[in-house]
Design a protein around this ligand. Structure first.
Ligand SMILES: NC(=O)c1ccc[n+]([C@@H]2O[C@H](COP(=O)([O-])OP(=O)(O)OC[C@H]3O[C@@H](n4cnc5c(N)ncnc54)[C@H](O)[C@@H]3O)[C@@H](O)[C@H]2O)c1
Ligand SMILES: [Zn+2]
Length: 358
């Protein structure tokens, strides 16, 4: 079968590899669609970061480079391994793409398996990936999804779960006002969860296409251009002088962090969602004087069932965020190149590894 494998910085190859073995306790999935994520771009440009190297295997997967990429994917079950009784061939599924040590409690009550030692992701640290035609995944990480959700939209459940967990971390409640810095896929999907909760959403974004997407999809009430609008002042105007209750940093850009701090009300909550490859110059005095709560958020933990429910029930429509569909052969030239050099022209680009969805 064909698969896109990462060999190191700037080196992704389309390889022919044997099909995965659907062993006991695992589920064989025909991948329908897989999203290209900013993390994949980081691996391509600056990696390996999450990926292992050629010499040092990942401590849990035991794998070295090359590894198959792709962690945002949907598909159809084509086989189930021994002991898997509650999923059948033909079922539509999405994957919560974790690689977590077997001795960690990953049960439905766990609130911290995503923080366990050496946690990593399928499609970054081994165990196959969504940018291959087929994958075998442990039953624990496979989530059924209703046939009524198109499989292309289902591929966005994974980044939507990032937004869901980020919103949980913020403690936002219906009636609050949120400011989201950055309307890339993560900012937009965080906004979608906030909207579904009944929060008023203000977004700040440089790209006109992404601002338009935020408004047309209905996930933002206001989409501001920080080059022409004083975002913090506008948020104060919109909130009767109070400021935003919660803010989400989805850019890893210093000036956005500063703007969010200015726009928050005293005792507001600032959630940093973006991955910072560098130290930030943080205004500690402002944090102290406004008693701001600063919180990190990584991935998701037992978030998929709730996220899937938001989509199945129609409370969140993921269709507007899909802006491109390509095959494996176009992965680097069309997919990565667009997102690296012209990301203001796209939101989420999906890949059909077998080409059948195109
Ligand atoms: N915490 C997690 O679990 C998690 C998971 C997935 C991704 N991420 C991270 O989230 C971040 C966002 O991901 P993405 O895919 O949406 O990235 P992206 O690059 O597509 O989006 C960032 C957006 O910020 C906008 N922006 C840049 N400077 C700005 C400014 N000064 N004012 C307003 N907007 C500005 C850009 O125009 C862009 O639209 C990345 O750092 C990514 O690595 C975190
Ligand atoms: Zn991702």
């Amino acid at each position: 079968m064909r698969t896109a494998r990462y060999y190191g910085r700037g080196d992704i190859r389309i390889d022919d590899v044997p099909e995965p073995e659907v062993g006991p306790g695992t589920v064989g999935i025909d991948v329908a669609w897989c999203g290209i994520c900013g993390t994949d771009l980081h691996e391509y440009l600056e990696g390996p970061i999450f990926c292992p190297t050629h010499d040092t295997p990942h401590p849990i997967s035991g794998e070295t480079l090359p590894i198959t990429l792709g962690h945002e994917f949907s598909g159809v079950v084509y086989a189930v391994g021994d002991g898997v009784e509650d999923l059948a061939v033909g079922q539509h599924v999405v994957v919560e793409p974790y690689i977590i040590s077997d001795d960690v409690d990953t049960g439905p009550e766990s609130t911290d398996y995503h923080l366990s030692e050496n946690m990593n992701f399928i499609g970054l640290a081994g165990r196959g990936g969504g940018l291959g035609e087929r994958i075998a995944v442990q039953r624990r990480w496979v989530h059924p999804i209703a046939d009524s959700v198109p499989l292309d939209q289902a591929a966005l459940i994974e980044p939507l779960s990032v937004g869901y967990h980020a919103v949980n971390r913020s403690g936002a409640r219906a009636g609050d006002v949120a400011l989201v810095g950055g309307a890339g896929p993560i900012g937009l999907l965080t906004a979608a969860v906030l909207k579904a909760l009944g929060v008023t959403v203000v977004m700040s974004e440089l790209s006109p296409l992404r601002r338009r997407k935020a408004l047309e999809s209905g996930v933002a009430d206001h989409a501001l251009d920080p080059r022409t609008t004083d975002v913090a002042a506008e948020v104060r105007t919109l909130t009767g002088g109070r400021g935003a209750d919660v803010a989400f940093e989805c850019t890893s850009v210093q000036v956005v962090l500063d703007t969010l701090m200015d726009a928050l009300r005293p005792t507001g909550v600032l959630v940093v969602v973006s991955i910072w490859g560098k130290r930030s110059d943080f205004d500690m005095h402002k944090l102290v004087m406004k008693e701001i709560d600063l919180r990190g958020t990584i991935a998701y933990v037992n978030s998929h069932p709730a996220t899937i429910e938001l989509v199945e029930s129609g409370k969140i429509d993921l269709a507007p965020f899909i802006t491109g569909r390509i095959g494996l052969d176009g992965l680097v030239e069309e997919g990565f190149d667009t997102l690296i050099h012209r990301n203001e022209t796209a939101v989420k680009i999906l890949v059909s590894p077998s080409g059948t969805g195109l």
